[in-house]
Design a protein around this ligand. Structure first.
Ligand SMILES: [Zn+2]
Length: 256
């Protein structure tokens, strides 16, 4: 009898769920949700928590240690750092009601991708702190991706195409290890506006579908808007999160 059950057990199909770690997945963790629906086990690291995991602050060395252990075991690690200080949005001259939003550029091309010299002047302490913190987090996240790529697991970095993150040496060195870019337009994946985005990683299936813009977009689609309550709405906020179309495309491509 025992022998029979052992035989039966041996015939049971074994299936291991693929695992993914989403570093800075966003509070709704849309990509991880799509992966979970596709049968993946997911773990998220996000300052304000996600439907999957409690809040975790990746600036904390203890949290980083835990994340590193999870990253090491995962099949895929995605790093979806928010681009607040890395974005070029700060360089756009704001008009109308948005003028009162004070955001001066903090980075520049080339040597200044890690911060402008003016950040060391008096009065710029807060901006310097923000940029230093973001640099440190980006450096750490890039190392995690390098580890995954070196181990022949999956590693993916997402940023807008104009982000200064692409100018970081370790982000460029991913290309030397055979990583490729999937440049796509958010609107070709169901987004409302023509936002240029990029995934860089070592999973070629991600770039299988072209996603160029063939729409007619309004010239002022990025113009800030004043809401009835007086608040100023920046359109870029609406485009911060991936669309359902995009995350399911990614989840399927990561699964095949
Ligand atoms: Zn478009």
């Amino acid at each position: 009898m025992v022998e029979e059950s052992a035989q039966e057990a041996a015939q049971e199909p074994t299936f291991e769920f693929p695992t993914a770690v989403g570093l800075m997945s966003g509070v709704n963790a849309p990509l991880e949700l799509a992966l979970a629906w596709c049968g993946w086990k997911v773990r998220t690291y996000e300052l304000h928590g996600t439907p999957f995991d409690p809040p975790s602050d990746l600036r904390d060395p203890e949290v980083r240690k835990r994340a590193e252990a999870d990253v090491e075991l995962a099949d895929v690690c995605t790093f979806q750092m928010d681009c607040s200080s890395l974005s070029r949005a700060r360089e756009v001259k704001l008009q109308g009601p948005a003028k009162r939003i004070k955001s001066r550029p903090v980075r520049g091309d080339g040597l200044h991708a890690r911060g402008l010299p003016r950040l060391h002047e008096k009065g710029a302490e807060k901006e310097l702190e923000m940029v230093t913190e973001a640099n440190d987090l980006l450096d750490w996240g890039l190392e995690q991706l390098h580890k995954k790529v070196d181990a022949k697991d999956g590693g993916l970095l997402e940023q807008p195409r104009g982000s200064y993150a692409w100018q970081f040496k370790r982000a460029q060195e991913l290309l030397d290890k055979g990583c490729t870019d999937y440049d796509h337009m958010a609107c070709a994946h169901g987004g409302a506006r023509a936002k240029k985005q990029r995934w860089r990683g070592n999973i070629p299936e991600v770039g299988a579908r072209r996603a160029d813009c063939h729409h007619v977009h309004s010239a002022d689609e990025w113009q800030p808007e004043r809401l009835p309550d007086g608040e100023v709405k920046l359109q870029s906020r609406e485009e911060q999160e991936y669309t359902a179309h995009h995350v399911f495309y990614m989840a399927v491509q990561l699964s095949i």
